[in-house]
Ligand binder design. Sequence first.
Ligand SMILES: [Fe+2]
Length: 232
Amino acid sequence: MQIKQFRYGADNLGYLVFDETRAIAIDAGAVADMTDFAEKHKVTIACVTNTHLHPDHTGSNARMLEKTGAAFLDCTTFAQDQQILLDKEALRVILTPGHTRDSVCFAGDDFLVTGDTLFNGTVGNCFSGDLEAFFHSIKKLVGFPGHTRIFAGHDYVRESLEIAAALDPDNPDIAGYLEKYDPLLVVSTLADELLVNPFLRYNSQAMTAKLTQRNFPCTTEKERFISLMEAF
Ligand SMILES: [Fe+2]
């Protein structure tokens, strides 16, 4: 199973996941680049889907479907652990409400496509207003192996790491994370995220100290995550 990242718009990232002959387009904003790539690599874009229904992710669905004749998989109808078949392997759907109620992630063999739920360096805004659901979604993601590659829906790396550095100036891992940043391939591992991403570090001393300082509740893991989302 392979994954190819495509940039479009100001900072959006979309993906083709493919094996021998079949590809799935996720957030297909870069229609021409994706179809050119598919043609060159002799794979057929068999289905088009989204990480959630925000227009910067869905805006090119119609054009991609028209150009490829692919099937549309509506992300609001997915079930937890639903499989989307390629030739031999399958992508697995992880329901991750929080950024929006309909947000999903896709688990490949050693990667996650995380949309606007988890970014490289931060997490998405809580448009749905349900921070408790967001916490449970984040818990599902941090349960993956540390080597899992994180492919997000936007490149917010520089601004996110500035915030991370402001919140945790003594964090020795931020500089190394930034050194690895490449706008031509925006990716990190879950292990990297657990070292620098303030919103995944709800159990760290640095974040707990910040919350205590500002009198935010921080007794349980869930409280600390929700407090971090509310405070910063
Ligand atoms: Fe979004």
